[in-house]
Design a protein around this ligand. Structure first.
Ligand code: HEM
Length: 487
């Protein structure tokens, strides 16, 4: 045996005898009574029962990789965020790309939104972008998020996904029509994770310490182009090779064939918000490209697989609230709610000290002595420093680069508010339908994707769903009705 082989120990470092169980042997048989003093066997069995952390309530199945972001254009007119300043500047990143509805072991090639989460380890703290591969979202009243996801997941009684539940939710929460049209379109199943977009979906701000700011939507565009998967191939792969996308990303990076994305923004000045053709604080709308063209910012490259999936990807905690100076939120209530929800999920899923773990640890100097103790503290815990604010024993200085939540001036009344749906909500969905109809085989494919979901639902609900889809375009309803005749 080579002397470079590691010597087996227990977790406390004492020598261990792997594969052996201390026992009172029963003669020459394989029988015996195991001993409570066999700490090694007990440690191995007890740890096994505790080696899972709760999987994410949504976005549980994913691939992940490290990489880098490089600034390619000067956007110093819009932001003074350190990692976006200086052409050629590079920042280390971690990206996790997920499906939404399925569990940790579910198939990759299902029709679903793909989640996109990137962590930038900047010199001013960790910046996370927690995006999706579709440009719009299904809801715009944040309290509906759990409901929407449950309607896409398993039925509470049968424990299987359920088309009636799916359509019952969407028909009665019709603001999701634009996202639904994307979901049932070709992009609902990507060919690979290397060929998807990442969209911020929400409006964010870019700002500078002089108080100036603009509104932006972020777009990550794959340099290798968008590629989608034929639904028949997807169904086959979902059974034959359920980890198809995860394997593909890992193998491609391992080969050195690194996927890249162009990082772009759409920009709107605050004074143009009122006259904009869309509500920029409503995440069910896209901004028209003609009016708000894409401006390139940089390039994102994934070039390093994690050396341990559990440590680096399962324990990775991404949150829209992780923002550095120069980047800010907007008044999109869904974004506001998300800024609470993610760190809340992390404290539950990974533990209150999640930010001390390798994938979540900032690379700049952190001094947060009012966040200390708790399970698994490994950062020195601020030694004897005061654990209360405004100490004169160890005064704390304040950075001039404080992140302010919003630049706008607000003046309004507190109300209990829910959005309502108007014909305007169907306009962008209709435009998308028209685009799909112009693509070769696009219309047939969309119908083919929707039809099976309408077969096994109650007739009254089916009629209402057809009316709902008819609000996009009467031909869509007519074609679906026609298609259902053969079913
Ligand atoms: C009210 C709306 C939303 C709520 C409350 C919400 C909440 C959550 C929660 C609790 C998780 C699991 C986090 C974890 O356990 O680490 C999650 C994951 C995720 N969400 Fe949302 N979400 C919302 C909307 C959105 C939107 C609009 C997007 C995209 C623009 C999005 C993208 C993602 C992604 C990419 C992940 C996976 C992050 C990862 O890879 O760890 N979510 N969301």
């Amino acid at each position: 045996m080579s002397s470079s082989n590691p010597t087996a120990t227990l977790a406390n470092g004492q020598p261990a005898n792997p594969g052996h169980v201390q026992q009172v042997r029963y003669g020459q048989t394989n029988g015996g009574l195991a001993l409570l003093s066999d700490t090694y066997t007990i440690e191995v069995l007890a740890h096994f029962a505790r080696e899972r952390i709760p999987e994410r309530s949504v976005h549980a199945k994913a691939a992940g990789a490290f990489g880098e972001f490089e600034v390619l254009e000067d956007i110093s007119d819009l932001t003074d965020a350190d990692f976006l300043t200086g052409i050629g500047k590079k920042t280390k990143v971690l990206t996790r790309i997920s499906t939404v509805g399925g569990e940790k072991g579910s198939s990759d090639t299902v029709r679903d939104v793909r989640g996109w989460a990137t962590k930038f380890y900047t010199e001013e703290g960790v910046q996370d972008f927690v995006f999706n591969d579709l440009p719009v979202f299904f809801i715009r009243d944040p309290i509906k998020f759990p409901s929407m996801n449950r309607s896409h997941k398993r039925h509470p009684q049968t424990n299987v996904p359920d088309n009636s539940m799916f359509w019952d939710f969407h028909k009665n929460n019709p603001e999701g029509i634009h996202a639904l049209m994307h979901l049932f379109g070709p992009r609902g199943i990507p060919a690979s994770l290397r060929n998807i977009n990442g969209f911020s979906v929400h409006t964010y701000t870019l700002n500078k310490s002089d108080g100036s700011y603009v509104y932006v939507k972020w777009h990550f565009k794959p340099d290798d182009g968008i590629k989608t998967m034929d639904p028949k191939v997807a169904v086959r792969l979902a059974g034959e090779d359920p980890d198809y996308h995860v394997k593909d990303l890992f193998k491609t990076i391992e080969k050195g064939d690194y996927p890249t994305w162009s990082v772009c923004i759409q920009v709107m000045k605050p004074e143009d918000v009122q006259s904009a053709p869309i509500d920029i604080f409503d995440c069910t709308y896209t901004w028209p490209y003609e009016k708000y063209p894409l401006r390139r910012v940089g390039r994102l490259t994934l070039n390093q697989n994690p050396s341990n999936y559990f440590q680096d990807i399962e324990q990775a905690c991404f949150s829209p609230s992780n923002m550095v100076p120069g980047i800010g939120p907007s008044a999109d209530p869904v974004l506001q709610a998300r800024m609470f929800s993610y760190p809340d999920a992390h404290r539950y899923r990974v533990g209150p000290n999640y930010f001390q773990l390798p994938p979540n640890r900032p690379t700049n100097k952190v001094y947060a002595p009012y966040v200390r103790d708790g399970p698994g503290t490994v950062n020195g815990n601020y030694g004897g420093d005061p654990d209360y604010v405004f100490s004169q024993l160890r005064p704390v200085s304040k950075s001039a680069r404080l992140q302010m939540p919003l630049q706008e001036k607000w003046n309004g009344q507190v109300t209990s508010f829910a959005t309502s749906v108007t014909d305007k909500d169907f306009e962008q969905a209709r435009k998308l339908w028209e685009i799909i109809c112009k693509e070769e085989g696009g219309k047939e494919q969309l119908l083919h994707n929707i039809l099976p979901t309408l077969v096994d639902i109650p007739a009254s609900l089916r009629k209402e769903v057809l009316d709902y889809l008819g609000r996009v375009d009467k031909t869509l309803k007519d074609c679906l009705e026609q298609g259902l005749k053969g079913k």
